[in-house]
Design a protein around this ligand. Sequence first.
Ligand code: DX5
Ligand code: ZN
Length: 216
Amino acid sequence: MSHLIAPSILSGDFANLATDIEMLNQSDADWIHVDIMDGVFVPNISFGFPVMEAIKKYTSKPLDVHLMIIKPERYISRFKEAGASNLIVHIEACVHLNSTIQSIKQEGMRASVALNPHTAVNNLEDIIFDIDQVLIMAVNPGFGGQNFIEHTYRKIDKVRNLIEKTGSKTRIEVDGGVDLLNASKLIKVGADILVAGSAVFGSKNPFETIAALKKA
Ligand code: DX5
Ligand code: ZN
């Protein structure tokens, strides 16, 4: 299966969301990546349910919802109601990760676990079987437009080895600093899903950039 592209709406124009969503609807984007930040887990606040519900109203593309919040287990059913297809929680934010993952699946969403740049891949050993996706952060979460951390390639390779060793079906997603220069190398080392914010919305022609990322 070819890789998936999930543009991050965080880099979109919030005064003209409907226009950006309509562009994504027409584009090769597979999912729309939605970044939720609480100002506690990360040093920034993005947006919450009203904005997410507005996004959902304008698209039938699956919403890939990245929770950069503490205690995400408090809001699992609320995110389902707001239109999430995939729910991504940070391993660093979950005390009872297994239970949180089970709750996400019981709500009928795909369950994903995100790893900050400093979090070692071996933390996934006892959860890899239970999750649909792993999100490897290639920047410190909190802001769009940051520089890609080069060590990410080695991390993806380690996750790919773990998946192969255990025979799990988990897909690898990469988030942060993804652009047209590193996309093909990321796919080569084993990424299945690319998130891109500023590389898409900061480009002259976001629609064409998505098409180019899809062909990478
Ligand atoms: C960062 C977010 C990312 C961000 C990516 O904390 O999780 O999804 O929107 O933006 P770029 O692609 O600009 O790094
Ligand atoms: Zn994200």
